[in-house]
Write a protein that binds this ligand. Structure first.
Ligand code: FES
Length: 686
């Protein structure tokens, strides 16, 4: 096998590779992130790189223009390595991880979710950790006491747990025990037995026992519990290790993965870390990933990639907190149905085939090392139960965190993104739907769309007289594209300034050279080439606006259809909770102006940051939440919008700015009418 070297610039990373390897795969292997929105199908052109040195064989497909090809650009997914190479990854192809820091900083006012904050956000929350460490003095055997090692340990442990309950005056468990309630037997992880005799004797019978409580307390009159719900002894260690007791909360998103290290003694998150989901190089959305998983070795590769990302995050968190991997006792994961399947190596094939059946909605806790996660062997990994193919554990976790399932007032929960999800309900019922808004809000399918990384236009204003733009980018650098929240701002501003009309068509008669005819129809120039990082004009085109209108219409129609299916109106909503990395950044008023969100008083809207991660944190700190998560998943009725006829009607009605039915947006329409007045007087509009 002939080996070649590939050096990636500006990372200055070099990797040896077999001649004939694919360049995108090589970048993935080298840990170089390259946008590969179409998963290597050759359609999107986002994976283009510049070959600075060396020979390659490369096919040009529709994703790359002839002019770019002639300049030396190649689509990395279509390129075979023939020689030692120097490859430059252009700014628009490369994913900048620093922006994930921005996502975290804005979350929940930048506060870390200590248990005090959880108390504020999650109704009925109490600090009662799911996993506990107990320091035990075990009676040594004597000639008169010949009980087995395990029996004597369990007696000490049971007493210790009982004492814990008695020390809590407010706990409702003690009275039930006093009245003859039964203490559920402790189950034991088989592997504990291997270590037990040595640990007991080497530590002079003083040990630390780690127990997973799994959220079930003994209660009077309670039926026999299933075995998996009993407290389970998962580890014994010599001496006192109770001070070193941490759990990990993870939100596994299709685009990025966020993790928090939780100090189980303090009831506090002590560090956070995020990274792009390394599966990103195999496609942008869950459908592309499912398709990829059906290739030979595809499922295995995707599983390894997500584990690679998780391990990377764990390493980073351990470094930040200054603890050893051995100090982690538990992992709670919230992910959508496909991500959960891929993590657990479950075939996601039937998620995308009618009638859309996942393998399981509840996956029992598994040993994290069995999945390849770099933690100690005793660590269990819990995944949130899911509801349906496109309503996953991330939404269940978010509902748990939002607390809407405990309130009598009606709430709407919205996770805005490619797989937009909405949930409506209260303590009595929950109804949910997945809106499939498409990838426009992630910047995909938009001519100069990009993810929310450095250089993405995030805010935009337009001078209503001259139509000159003012743009603000992430990182305050020259622009290289427009991210999802930026697109909403751009569209809202263009609409308010009447550069586009209610159907998203450009007003070509305005006195500005910013509006022009482009390759794809009318377009507005946000930045001239020499003011950008990509040396080309950054524009928003009429097809882009069409895509965005379709995406916002899907989200809005999803909410409207769900409300109608329950005989309710938007005005019946007491609260609207917005979550998701993208949702976290949207401008409320502008989102209402374009008809993405219902027109309701702004004080009814609440941003909760990353609801899924908050749910995963809540479950680690409060064992009762395990039961609550299962209850939420069971409570939720999923509505398949594609099979619900009024949805299509509502969708078509929403393909207008802000909406065909003016009565649904009375204030916005009034505002638009008054804004129009001074312009007419100035004679700006013909
Ligand atoms: S064209 Fe290469 S990943 Fe899309």
């Amino acid at each position: 096998m002939e080996t070649k070297k590939v050096r990636f610039l500006p990372y200055d990373m070099e990797i040896p590779v077999a001649k004939g390897e694919n360049l995108l795969q090589t970048a993935i292997a080298a840990g170089v992130y390259i946008n590969a929105s179409c998963g290597g199908e050759g359609v999107c052109g986002k994976c283009k790189v510049f070959i600075e040195k060396g020979r390659v064989e490369s096919k040009r497909t529709e994703g790359l223009s002839q002019a770019e090809y002639d300049q030396g650009y190649r689509q990395s997914c279509q390129t075979t390595i023939l020689d030692d190479l120097e490859v430059r990854v252009p700014v628009e192809s490369y994913l900048d991880k620093r922006v994930l820091e921005r996502i975290r900083q804005r979350e929940i006012g930048g506060r870390s979710p200590s248990h005090h904050m959880l108390e504020h956000l999650v109704e009925g929350w109490c600090y009662d950790p799911l996993v506990c460490k107990y320091l035990l003095k075990v009676d040594p055997p004597t000639s008169g006491d010949r009980r087995f090692d395990l029996s004597r340990l369990l007696v000490s442990l049971q007493k210790r747990i009982l004492r814990e309950y008695t020390e809590r005056p407010k706990d409702n468990i003690l009275p039930s025990l006093e009245k003859g309630g039964r203490f559920e037997p402790i189950t034991v992880d088989f592997r504990v037995l291997h270590a037990l005799p040595h640990v007991l004797r080497h530590s002079n019978w003083e040990i630390t026992a780690t127990v997973v409580h799994a959220g079930v307390h003994p209660r009077e009159g309670m039926q026999q519990l299933t075995r998996s719900k009993n407290p389970q002894l998962i580890r014994v260690e010599s001496g006192d290790t109770t001070k070193r007791h941490y759990s990990l909360a993870l939100d596994i998103g299709t685009t990025s993965v966020c993790g928090q290290m939780l100090d189980m003694n303090k009831g506090q998150s002590v560090a956070e870390s995020s990274d792009y989901n390394a599966q990103i190089s195999y496609g942008d959305d869950v459908i592309t990933r499912i398709i990829y998983s059906q290739r030979p070795g595809g499922l295995e590769r995707l599983q390894q990639k997500i584990v690679f990302t998780i391990n990377h995050i764990i390493k980073d968190l351990l470094k930040k907190v200054g603890i050893s991997v051995d100090d982690i006792s538990y992992i709670a994961v919230a992910g959508n149905t496909t991500m959960t399947h891929l993590l657990c190596s479950l075939d996601p094939k039937y998620i995308r085939e009618s009638p859309y059946i996942p393998v399981a909605n509840y996956i029992p806790p598994v040993r994290a090392t069995n999945l390849g996660i770099d933690v100690s062997e005793h660590v269990q990994l819990y995944t949130f139960p899911s509801v349906a193919s496109y309503v996953g554990g991330d939404i269940v976790a978010g509902i748990l965190a939002s607390g809407i399932y405990k309130k009598s007032a009606l709430s709407l929960y919205m996770d805005i993104g490619t797989n937009g999800e909405v949930v409506i309900g209260n303590s009595e019922w929950l109804i949910t739907a997945s809106c499939s808004a498409g990838p426009a809000f992630e910047g995909s399918g938009i001519h100069h769309g990009m993810r929310a990384t450095t250089g993405a236009v995030e805010d935009f204003r337009i001078n209503p007289v001259t139509y000159e733009p003012m743009i603000i980018t992430i990182g305050r650098v020259k622009p290289k594209g427009i991210c999802g929240s930026g697109l909403i701002n751009v569209m809202a501003e263009l609409f308010e300034a009447q550069v586009i009309d209610r159907s998203g068509k450009f007003n070509a008669n305005l006195p500005t050279n910013r509006i022009r005819k482009g390759e794809y129809g009318d377009e507005y120039v946000l930045a001239w080439a020499n003011d950008t990082q990509i040396n080309q004009d950054i524009v928003i085109t009429e097809p882009d606006i069409d895509n965005l209108i379709r995406a916002k219409a899907a989200m809005y129609a999803g909410c409207a259809a769900l409300l109608e299916s329950t005989g309710l109106k938007a005005s019946d909503l007491h609260q609207i909770i917005i979550t998701g990395a993208f949702g976290n950044f949207i401008d409320l008023e502008r989102s209402i102006l374009i008809g993405l969100l219902p027109e309701l008083p702004l004080e009814k809207f609440l941003f909760i940051g990353n609801g899924s991660l908050l749910g995963a944190t809540a479950i680690c700190f409060c064992r009762n939440m395990v039961d609550d998560a299962e209850r939420i998943a069971k409570m939720m009725t999923n509505v398949e919008l594609t099979e619900y006829h009024p949805f299509m009607e509502k969708y078509i009605a929403a393909l207008f700015l802000p909406h065909t039915n003016e009565a649904e947006f009375p204030k916005m329409n009034k505002r638009l009418a008054t804004l129009q007045q001074p312009k007419l007087m100035r004679g700006v509009v013909a």
